[in-house]
Structure formats: structure tokens, C-alpha cells
Design a protein around this ligand. Structure first.
Ligand SMILES: [Zn+2]
Length: 72
């Protein structure tokens, strides 16, 4: 056991330092497939923009172009 793994297989340390590239808000990990967490997840911005960023193969894709809007 090396680095402590957090949600979505992401490193807790990584989660602590990454922020939303749009508004610099905190990012909340969200499992999109609870049956298979390795399948993927998302990072939901808790800041003003509310964008949701994909996580692919355990790598957060913090690109505004790749994000989707929350809600509808
Ligand atoms: Zn944001």
C-alpha cells in the first residue's frame, strides 16, 4: 500500500490539490457506475460554474472543453 487511494481510484493527495480550471472551485468525486468503480467517474465542481469533469482510466480530465454542465 503506497499512496492512499481515494474515491474513483484517485490519489487523495491529487484530489487535495486539483481544482476546477474554470472557477478554481473544489472538485467532488462522483461515481458514475457504483457497480464498477474502475469503470469511471466524474469530478463535480463545487464552485460557481458547476461543471462536471470526466475521469478516464483514473486520470481526471480537467478541460473545460471536455466538461459538461450539471443539472439538466
Ligand atoms: Zn468550477
Amino acid at each position: 500500500m503506497g499512496a492512499h487511494q481515494g474515491p474513483l481510484g484517485l490519489d487523495d493527495t491529487l484530489l487535495a490539490i486539483i481544482v476546477c480550471p474554470q472557477c478554481h472551485g473544489d472538485l467532488l468525486p462522483v461515481e458514475t457506475n457504483p457497480q464498477d468503480p474502475a469503470e469511471g467517474g466524474e469530478l463535480a465542481c463545487q464552485g460557481d460554474c458547476g461543471l462536471i469533469y470526466p475521469v478516464r482510466d483514473g486520470i481526471p480530465v480537467l478541460l473545460v472543453d471536455e466538461a459538461r454542465a450539471s443539472g439538466s
